[in-house]
Design a protein around this ligand. Structure first.
Ligand code: AMP
Ligand code: GLY
Length: 422
């Protein structure tokens, strides 16, 4: 079978790497891909938002399975378009992808169905939002309703900060239409963990837990990024806690989407805060996380392709999902200046020294080939992943590997997975 993967970041490189191990796959295409991906798949020059061109390509090439990496095409209805052409495509349709597209929708869904989440209010009026914030005590959280590349959430320590957040979302419109509405919510405390699951709308098959590191600097300081690293498994996610999350959150959410007439198929990603009164939902995503995919997929033992096909056809009840017992840690190497301004075109050195090293994977994100060299071409440049007997061993291995790679201005967090070791 021919497979098409849509996207060109570290998440998509790890997806291509995993799909390439499938016994069912004869050829992989990736649109647009990157230099790392091009070692495993044929990269085609169509960007992930050109859904009509992607569909034409899939029809022409008789693609047996399309896997969508990022959220934007899902929200734009790529699954609906491909399905109309009788193409098998992995991910939720547009009606179901609203779970990530609108925080107002997802918060109201949680409230209506009694699923634990932070107390909140929604506003489409800037002045009312400001007045509400002034009537509350900080810390308080302000969220733009729509997609904002992971940058639309402001955890505000003071009321002033919250007012500034509302102004930039609703007045300055830094996220465009995504800022037509805001959610203002109670600030939760506790440890965060992400739980991803495959679901065909009836059966739910959970994956191993993982944890992202969103801020740019060590100690969770500095502005948010797309993600500076991740680890899996997360030690606080015991089987007891998992049972609570399954019963109170995962199953009720999938049922709630059915009841709303928005049956959900694909990966459901639940961001959780484990508070003193139990797990609560922070957010939903409708796809693999980046860099969560990189640590989850390097631990997945089963062939992912039959699982994706069963998710599409509604046969997940017949699927077994097995895991390698080892732990996995991913460190993101970023361009100097990221998540602010940065330059591209810096030569990356040392990549060959990590080729074919047992337990080490290098997944490309912002890279480009230029005159036979690999150069930087984005904020998050490389994802270095190591597997080890436990998190501590994986962490030691990953930082040894990181030390072999260099490019001018490179920076990375030095405390990825420390939380899991303490
Ligand atoms: P989200 O994109 O909704 O996951 O938000 C990004 C990050 O903001 C989360 O990973 C949390 O660290 C933080 N966050 C979001 N909502 C809350 C909340 N209600 N209380 C505390 N922190 C939050
Ligand atoms: N790492 C967070 C995300 O993919 O949304």
């Amino acid at each position: 079978m021919k497979v098409l993967v849509i996207g060109g970041g570290g998440r998509e490189h790890s997806l291509v790497w995993k799909i390439a191990q499938s016994t069912e796959v004869s050829k992989i295409f990736c649109a647009p891909g990157n230099p790392g991906i091009s070692e495993l798949a044929e990269c085609i020059d169509i960007s992930s938002d050109q859904t009509s061109l992607l569909c034409e390509f899939a029809v022409k090439e008789d693609i047996g399975l399309t896997v969508v990496g990022p959220e934007a095409p899902l929200v734009d209805g790529i699954v609906d378009l491909f399905s109309k052409h009788n193409l098998k495509v992995f991910g939720p349709d547009q009606k179901a992808a609203i779970l990530e597209d609108s925080k107002v929708f997802s918060k109201l869904l949680l409230r209506k169905h009694g699923i634990p989440t932070a107390d909140f209010k929604c506003f489409d009026d800037h002045n009312q939002a400001r007045r509400y914030v002034l009537s509350r005590e900080a810390p308080i959280v302000v969220k733009a309703d729509g997609l904002s590349k992971g940058k639309g959430v402001f955890v505000c320590k003071t009321n002033d900060e919250a007012i500034q957040a509302i102004d930039s979302i609703m007045n300055d419109r830094v996220f465009g239409n995504a800022g037509d509405q805001v959610v203002i919510e109670e600030c939760l405390t506790g440890e965060e963990v992400s739980l991803l699951a495959f679901t065909d709308g009836r059966t739910i098959v959970p994956m191993e837990s993982s944890q992202d590191h969103k801020t740019v600097y060590d100690g969770d300081k500095g502005p948010n990024t797309g993600g500076m690293g991740a680890y899996s498994p997360v030690p606080i996610m015991t089987s007891e806690l998992y049972s609570v999350v399954e019963k109170e959150i995962l199953v009720p959410t999938v049922h709630a989407m059915n009841k709303e007439g928005r049956p959900y198929k694909g990966i459901i990603y639940i961001g959780l805060m484990i508070t003193s009164v139990g797990p609560m939902v922070l957010e939903f995503n409708v796809r693999f996380g980046d860099p969560e995919a990189q640590v989850i997929l390097t631990r997945m033992k089963s062939d992912i392709v039959p699982i994706m096909l069963a998710t599409i056809s509604g046969g997940l009840d017949n699927v077994d999902l097995e895991w390698h017992p080892q732990a996995s840690v991913c460190v993101v190497m970023a361009s100097g200046g990221y998540p602010g301004q940065y330059d591209n075109g810096r030569e990356i050195k040392g990549l060959d020294s990590l080729k074919n090293q047992e337990g080490i994977s290098v997944f490309h994100a912002g890279t480009k080939s230029e005159n036979g060299k690999v150069v930087t071409n984005g904020g998050r440049v490389l994802n270095i992943v190591a597997c080890g007997g436990d998190i501590k061993e994986a962490q030691k291995k990953v930082y040894e590997a990181v030390s072999k790679i260099s490019f001018e201005g490179a920076h990375y967090r030095r405390d990825i997975a420390d939380k899991a070791i303490k």
